[in-house]
Design a protein around this ligand. Structure first.
Ligand code: KG4
Ligand code: ZN
Length: 386
């Protein structure tokens, strides 16, 4: 099989990204334009602004990815794009552009699930390192801003299948990082800030009761479809909205509101706050709260993931998605995983958060299987991975 160069395009949330990947195993170029500056004043992603920023960035970002790869529009073999899940308006920008390119250039068009992309980020980098000895099935923990999923991933020839064996019943882990950071006046996005501040606090200072999940999952998805779960298989769901409420109560009980508002105002005046800027506006009780919050989330994620690995007798674990960029989370998964005989793999930190290389990598098996998207396919905001 000759090499295939796939141009990947990703625009599901607040990053416009394009990349060229060779045959699912070599990252040739990778360009990510972040919209943090646009959304920062609002303390979170504003969907309309995200779409507008994608429209501005998409052409230069794709051009840059092609130029960095020393490729042209004509020299790539296929165009891959994120179909969902994500913000509908944001997804449509990437999809429309990818369709226009595929139509004008007469190239195959491949639609990719964003969560499958996160899983293939790990595969891409392992293959690039020459590791072709992965044992299947793989247990994949995908933690992003909107998802905290556990999948059993299996491969047969060119085709991949995913069984969801766990998800969040309410907030995702990344969402909890973002909401808690906002609540404490630390700004957006919350994950990277909390990651950097946590080592400066005492993770044992504040105790949070473990999340209780007592009821079977009867929740329908927001798009009206029923969640597709096999009720007879063990499940490892999680819930992170309780910890956010616990922090809100802690803030009120300890009269932290005034200090939080002062911190928020001090930080909005700094264009790109550094660690010292954050530390200068955080007292010890705040740092302790941040460290304890992060520890509680990580312990829950790790405990449930390891229990799932044991229940399904899995030897290989992928930890991926934006939350996998977290330093303490990586260390804890590595330590606990090796104690339980699990081989644990992460993407490099740049490929943990949203990027298009993972989309181009996930598209390669579909390229081989000629699993191409019709030109009239549309964005699927609540797309399920299976
Ligand atoms: O996968 P991702 O980049 O975008 C989505 O698909 O949503 O994940 C973004 C999420 C955000 O909630 C962000 O706060 C979180 O990942 N995140 C982190 C870190 N970096 C990003 N959470 C914890 N520690 C980090 N270092
Ligand atoms: Zn993501």
């Amino acid at each position: 099989m000759p090499d295939a160069y796939i141009l990947g395009i990703e625009s599901s949330c607040d990053e416009t990204a394009a990349a060229v990947v060779r045959s699912g195993e070599q990252l040739v170029s990778n360009v990510v334009a972040s919209q943090i500056k646009t959304h920062q004043p609002y303390g979170g992603v504003v969907p309309e602004l995200a779409s507008r920023e994608h429209l501005r960035a998409i052409v230069p970002v794709v051009r840059q990815a092609l130029a960095d790869a020393k490729h042209t529009y004509n020299s790539v073999d296929a165009i891959a794009v994120t179909q969902g899940p994500g913000l509908a308006g944001a997804l449509l920008v990437g999809i429309s552009y990818a369709k226009a390119l595929a139509f004008a250039l007469d190239k195959p068009l491949i639609a990719v699930n964003h969560l499958e992309g996160h899983i293939h980020a790990v595969l891409l980098e392992e293959r690039q390192k020459g590791n072709r000895e992965l044992q299947f099935p793989v247990l994949a923990r995908v933690g992003s801003g909107g998802h905290t999923h556990l999948y059993l991933a299996t491969q047969s020839k060119e085709s991949w299948a995913y069984e969801n064996i766990g998800h969040t019943r309410d907030d995702a882990a990344g969402e909890a990082f973002d909401k808690v950071a906002k609540l404490l006046g630390l700004g957006y996005p919350g994950g990277p800030v909390i990651d950097r501040l946590a080592p400066h606090g005492d993770p044992k200072a504040v105790k949070f009761p473990p999340a209780q999940i007592k009821h079977p999952d009867r929740r329908g998805r927001h798009d009206g479809k029923q969640l597709e779960v096999q009720q007879d298989r063990p499940r490892f769901d999680c819930s992170y909205s309780g910890i956010k409420t616990a922090i809100l109560r802690y803030v009120e009980a300890h009269n932290m509101r005034g200090a939080i508002e002062d911190r928020r105002q001090a930080l909005v005046k700094i264009a790109k706050p550094k660690l010292e800027d954050y530390l200068a506006v955080c007292d010890n009780p705040t740092l302790d709260l941040v460290a304890s919050f992060q520890r509680a989330i990580i312990e829950d994620l790790v405990r449930k993931t390891l229990a799932a690995a044991q229940a399904y007798d899995v030897a290989t674990l992928f930890v991926t998605g934006g939350v996998a960029a977290n330093q303490e989370l990586r260390q804890t998964f590595e330590r606990e995983g090796s104690q339980h005989g699990l081989a644990v793999f992460f993407p490099s930190r740049p490929l943990s958060t949203d990027n298009a290389a993972m989309i181009a990598a996930a598209a390669y098996p579909k390229f081989l299987a000629k699993d191409f998207a019709p030109i009239d396919f549309s964005a699927e905001a609540g797309m399920v991975l299976r």
